[in-house]
Design a protein around this ligand. Structure first.
Ligand SMILES: [Zn+2]
Length: 264
């Protein structure tokens, strides 16, 4: 059982409950002001579950693909502005329906992928002939078998979902070659919606948290933490990354989109 008074970003015993939300409590750290929920995911074991995608589930995931593909095609352009993709050993952490690994594969990369959700892994196999691993990046499977292995790691819309973001970033660092590239995007706490929702919560004494209940989620694999730009940069720097650039292809102020490089 995790002690949520321990901040999930800086690790200090400085976390305090701040907002009571639907089915969860949002903690804030007195030291670094990190915001995180008191929700953690349990993990299913491999592919032992015999359940398969229903037709409805299949159609739902299919219906999201066009939008995902547009976004991820822009993400691939961003990657290519910084590094060679063809021939690179790539790891997509939290690959979802498999669109990005498929794009990387088309671009000539050697692709590995991680997706903890069984139904999405089944979709990846059915639709793209890609077989993601279920093991998270800081597990022995990756840490022992792939130390300093990858040229390129991507973390699209994933860091807000993981149980422990600091362990995820540390785990990613160890599977990367020196000077390899990490690309990531994640929601920004600086967004207008977030600030307005906090303001509304305070003013209504908790009765009206506006969008805080949808920016975070008490459901499995939902959003558990949202970073400010400073918190994200400091987390990466603490784990031996240097932030190189922010994307100019993504104009949304609701997201951090950055590239960083593992220190040598
Ligand atoms: Zn903290």
């Amino acid at each position: 059982m995790y002690d949520f008074n321990q901040c999930k970003c800086c690790g200090k015993q400085s976390g305090k409950p701040k907002y009571n939300l639907k089915n969860m409590v949002l903690y804030a750290c007195c030291e670094c002001d990190f915001h995180y929920t008191n929700v953690l995911d349990g993990f299913e074991q491999g592919d032992a579950d015999p359940r398969h995608l229903t037709t409805n589930e299949l159609h739902f995931i299919e219906s999201q693909l066009a939008q995902n593909t547009n976004q991820l095609t822009r993400d691939l352009d961003f990657v290519r502005q910084h590094t060679e993709v063809a021939g690179s050993a790539c790891l997509d952490v939290g690959c979802g329906a498999g669109v990005f690994p498929a794009l990387l594969h088309q671009a000539g990369a050697r692709v590995s992928a991680i997706e903890p959700q069984l139904l999405l892994r089944q979709f990846c196999r059915t639709r793209f002939n890609i077989t993601p691993r279920h093991e998270v990046v800081d597990s022995p499977y990756w840490q022992q078998g792939f130390a300093e292995h990858f040229d390129l790691v991507t973390l699209w819309d994933t860091l807000e979902h993981v149980n422990f973001p600091a362990a995820t970033i540390a785990g990613i660092n160890r599977v990367m070659k020196p000077h390899a590239y990490l690309f990531l995007d994640t929601p920004a706490r600086e967004s207008f919606t977030y600030r307005l929702s906090e303001w509304s919560y305070r003013l209504s004494k908790g009765r009206n948290p506006l969008m805080l209940n949808s920016l975070y989620s008490g459901k499995r694999f939902g959003h558990k933490q949202i970073f400010t730009q400073t918190q994200l940069r400091e987390l990466l720097e603490q784990h031996c990354f240097t932030v190189i650039a922010r994307s100019t292809l993504h104009r949304s102020k609701n997201k951090h989109v950055i590239v960083c490089q593992k220190n040598g």
